[in-house]
Write a protein that binds this ligand. Structure first.
Ligand code: ATP
Ligand code: MG
Length: 294
């Protein structure tokens, strides 16, 4: 083997190490969290980062299924300066405003039990969220939230933020899966109150279709406290880059035609670019033909 070949993982590494390395480069099944791997979204990322430097502003990311919303949301959340590690919340059909707020609390108290202790010791009560002087109770899933719970939620998030030096950043993903439109509206009211009352918390919401309209229609002033980013399929250059940079790190030689074919088949949906590249690179690994795509 020549010196250069020693540097090519596809030729030198055992299956396990090769697979582990590939998993750091290609992730068809989970959203990205780091700028290094997020291709073709530089402009959108920079817009979100700039917009969220203003306190009282939140972000809304929308676009077709699989276009890369969660990846942009999580990468932005982790890139914000002077903020706590992001809280990631995924919604489902049973989510309500109350379950989201309770989840924010649970994730924060999982990091530091001081919040729960402090509620108990100070005799505070956030009863709508199952939190009180006697400790935590479970929330009744599916029960509709009471609109006046907005104030209590604002108090709860303020209570958490006052015990932290950095601002809270929460990604609320799959907002469209909340089936009850009323819950979506209450959540929008809550975001406005967070802004109006100067609570140090920033929310990044991902959604598709009608849920976006619900958010924006809930208040005439919604565009004042939301930065909105609509995502389209990835541009060609970014599609090429995903395949080529992963191939390069694995020491795989890939011709331009194959790269273009993968980019075309994917139609700009990054999941498919990752998935096809992963399958192809395993074939190259198994073929033991000098690490070349044939
Ligand atoms: N800009 C990007 N560059 C490289 N890979 C990306 C990019 N955006 C997303 N991906 C990859 O594509 C896959 C799908 O992205 P993501 O989960 O963010 O999409 P989504 O719009 O949230 O999908 P869904 O609508 O199903 O929730 C992820 O596994 C991620 O690794
Ligand atoms: Mg997603």
């Amino acid at each position: 083997m020549t010196r250069i070949e020693w540097l090519r993982p596809v030729l030198t590494q055992p299956e396990y190490d090769f697979g582990k390395l590939m998993a750091t480069l290609l992730s068809p099944s989970s959203p990205l969290q780091s700028e290094e791997f997020l291709k073709g979204r530089e402009k959108q990322l920079s817009h979100i980062k700039r917009a969220l430097l203003q306190s009282g502003r939140h972000a809304l990311i929308h676009g077709l299924r699989g276009v890369g919303k969660s990846s942009l949301a999580q990468t932005s959340a982790y890139a914000l300066p002077e903020s706590e590690d992001a809280i990631l919340i995924g919604c489902d059909e049973n989510s309500t405003f109350a379950t989201i707020i309770r989840e924010v609390f649970d994730q924060m108290s999982g990091r530091s039990p001081v919040f729960e202790k402090s509620i108990t010791e100070r005799g505070l009560s956030f009863s709508r969220f199952g939190l009180g002087a006697e400790g935590k109770n479970s929330l009744h899933e599916g029960r509709a939230s009471d609109p006046s719970s907005v104030n209590e939620a604002v108090r709860l998030v303020r209570f958490i933020s006052e015990n932290l030096t950095n601002r809270i950043v929460v990604v609320v993903d799959e907002f469209d899966l909340i089936t009850n439109r009323g819950e979506q509206v209450i959540f929008t009211n809550f975001l406005k109150q967070i802004s109006d009352q100067h609570v140090s918390a920033t929310f990044i919401i991902c959604g598709i279709g009608e849920s976006v309209e619900t958010l924006m229609d809930a208040h005439a002033s919604a565009d004042r406290y939301f930065h909105t980013e609509g995502l389209q399929q990835l541009p060609w250059e970014a599609r090429f880059e995903i395949v080529e940079s992963a191939a390069e790190s694995l020491g795989i030689e890939i011709d331009r035609n194959t790269v273009i074919r993968i980019a075309r088949i994917s139609d700009g949906f990054p999941h498919y670019i990752h998935l096809i590249s992963e399958k192809l690179f395993w074939r190259v690994f198994e073929a033991k033909n000098g690490g070349v795509v044939t």
